[in-house]
Ligand binder design. Structure first.
Ligand SMILES: [Zn+2]
Length: 88
């Protein structure tokens, strides 16, 4: 209500809605680490964002959406980590 400063927004790869960056889970394809969950939001590389809605996390897992985003096979372990991330 006070300021109209623009907050960077990113699109969830599952539902396609825009969210503030801080409300999204960032997955990054980092040169050293490979494809990982970027909890700091500071890792370099191509990123994909998922909102923290359980339905979206499940959708991403069920439809292997990250495989398409990163154009490669994603380890099931990462999908499990993503799912676990939401639960905690
Ligand atoms: Zn979403």
């Amino acid at each position: 209500m006070t300021k109209t400063k623009k907050i960077p927004q990113r699109k969830c790869i599952a539902c396609g809605k825009l969210y503030d960056k801080k409300d999204l889970l960032r997955i990054v394809n980092n040169k050293e680490l490979g494809i990982v969950i970027d909890e700091t939001g500071k890792l370099n590389g191509r990123g994909a964002y998922i909102c923290k809605d359980k339905a979206c996390l499940e959708d991403v897992k069920k439809n292997n959406k990250l495989n398409r985003v990163f154009k490669q096979k994603i380890d099931d372990k990462l999908y499990e980590e993503i799912e676990a991330y939401e639960i905690k």
